[in-house]
Ligand binder design. Structure first.
Ligand SMILES: [Mn+2]
Length: 467
């Protein structure tokens, strides 16, 4: 039934969770995935997801929390809805089933201040009766110190290799549950110590739901089911086959959730509501809008940022303090140029795309703008529009289907072109007023960061598909 589903030793398991260290031994009960020789954690009484989350901070560092080992369930660095929900629900499952190897902590792999940018995740959390206050974020937990002082175990969900900046944690990884291509190097040594479930389904939440139903179906209350249901629907574009995301297993699991939990929200309504929330920028300031959906790309001489802005370009550029914000944002991120890709919708839901090319360096701005105008695969059909901002060249983008996914290769091409190289070389001769900071090496804020990975590359496509 499944396409890729392997244990760390490479043996197919097809959805059945099996511990390779127990080869030849009697299988443990479905709720006790603890290795031989280890103290199983006592299965907790069912306090519900909210109580579980509420108690995590105190369990980790409260008075009397002890110094025992910690078992962190960690999602990927983009920390999209799938990563958040898989960490929360799988952490809950490990805790309740006694399968953890210490205090179980679901950890969101972004700084706490960035969570407000994930407006769809915030909405789903609230819909599931949970407050964002209950969550623990990456900048609130010192994994290095925990590892040194208490012992740390890691379950990776929704990714299967740690970010470069986290490579020091590799030895702590004991389990992987993911729906991306397996990039993990599996050796004889790691095979015995790390359980791998990798299956190409639409949502990692599908795999987590499957494990929950196998090991502890009694945990599936309305809150938990809503988290899983909403996530699978968003990842699989409301199970629409034409979107090319959904697999038979995703549909099967969604059907099981609908059968087992009566009062779930109506499927398409929930999907539309969450999907719309993705683009909700209400209450964000201009800096948060720039960070919400940002990717970066670097060439030999220049580093560029591309921010998708969910407002008409003029509305964004009209926000208070935006001129200063653009400059300081580029400086902080080490960008020589920032491309603003605005998407908004007409009353009849037709997408309008506009581009704003920002750089304090006029030659760089002009060179990149010219490259975008001349691009042929695809042609963006750019028409200049007036813009009062002195460092922004603005365009209406006639080709409304060209999302960032299509524009990124054009920019990469530009960064490696001779024109840009000579333009950068000429910078030495330009007046100092025209210069920004010298090309900064991509700093650690950018490389390998959530922003570098970007959020879901399908966001705009799915939006267009559902309109
Ligand atoms: Mn995912």
């Amino acid at each position: 039934m499944c396409t890729v589903c392997v244990t760390a030793s490479g043996a197919p398991v097809c959805g059945v969770w099996r511990d390779p260290t127990r080869e030849g031994r009697p299988e443990p009960g479905p709720r006790s995935p603890v290795r031989p020789g280890e103290e199983p954690q006592a299965a907790a009484a069912d306090p519900g997801m909210e109580a579980f989350l509420r108690s995590r901070g105190a369990e980790l560092s409260g008075p009397g929390s002890g110094l025992g080992p910690v078992h962190v369930v960690l999602g990927n660095e983009a920390c999209d809805m799938d990563s958040m929900v898989c960490a929360l629900v799988y952490g809950y499952l490990l805790h309740m089933s006694g399968g953890g190897r210490g205090v179980v902590i679901p950890l969101l792999n972004i700084p706490a201040q960035d969570f407000v940018l994930r407006s769809d995740s915030v909405a789903l959390l609230r819909k599931s009766g949970l407050s964002p206050e209950l969550l623990l974020f990456r900048d609130q937990v010192d994994l290095r110190r925990i590892r040194r002082e208490r012992g740390l175990w890691l379950t990776l969900v929704d990714h299967n290799v740690l970010a470069d900046s986290d490579s020091y944690l590799e030895g702590a990884v004991v389990e992987v549950i993911d729906h991306h291509k397996l990039e993990r190097v599996v050796t004889a040594e790691t095979a015995a110590s790390c359980l791998i479930t990798v299956e190409t389904v639409g949502s990692c939440a599908t795999l987590v739901t499957e494990k929950l139903l196998q090991r502890a179906p009694e945990l599936l209350d309305l809150n938990v089911a809503t988290l899983l249901y909403g996530t699978i629907l968003v990842d699989c574009v409301d199970l629409a086959p034409e979107a090319g995301k959904v697999t038979p297993k995703d549909s099967e699991v969604v059907h099981e959730l609908e059968t087992k939990v009566q009062s779930l929200p109506q499927r398409s309504e929930l999907f539309t509501e969450l999907q719309d929330q993705k683009f909700n920028v209400h209450g964000l300031n201009s800096e948060q809008m720039l960070r919400k959906d940002l990717k970066s790309v670097s060439g030999p001489d220049l580093s560029l940022g591309i921010s998708v802005i969910y407002l008409p370009l003029q509305d964004f550029l009209g926000m208070a303090g935006v001129a200063a914000e653009l400059s300081s944002f580029c400086q902080t991120m080490g960008f020589d140029l920032l491309l603003l890709m605005s998407i908004s919708f007409t009353a009849s839901q037709q997408p309008i795309r506009e581009l704003g090319v920002f750089s304090l360096s006029q030659p760089i701005r002009e060179q990149v703008s010219a490259h975008l105008v001349q691009a042929e695969s695809p042609a963006l059909l750019l028409q200049p529009i007036s813009c009062e901002h002195p460092h922004v060249t603005a365009f209406h983008q006639g080709n409304a289907t060209a999302s960032r996914k299509k524009v990124l290769p054009i920019l990469k091409d530009c960064l490696f072109s001779d024109d840009i190289t000579s333009c950068v070389k000429r910078r030495d001769f330009l007046s100092s007023d025209d210069l920004m900071v010298p090309p900064t090496p991509v700093n650690s804020l950018v490389e390998g960061s959530p922003l570098d990975q970007g959020l879901s590359p399908t966001e705009l496509t799915t939006r267009l598909l559902t309109r």
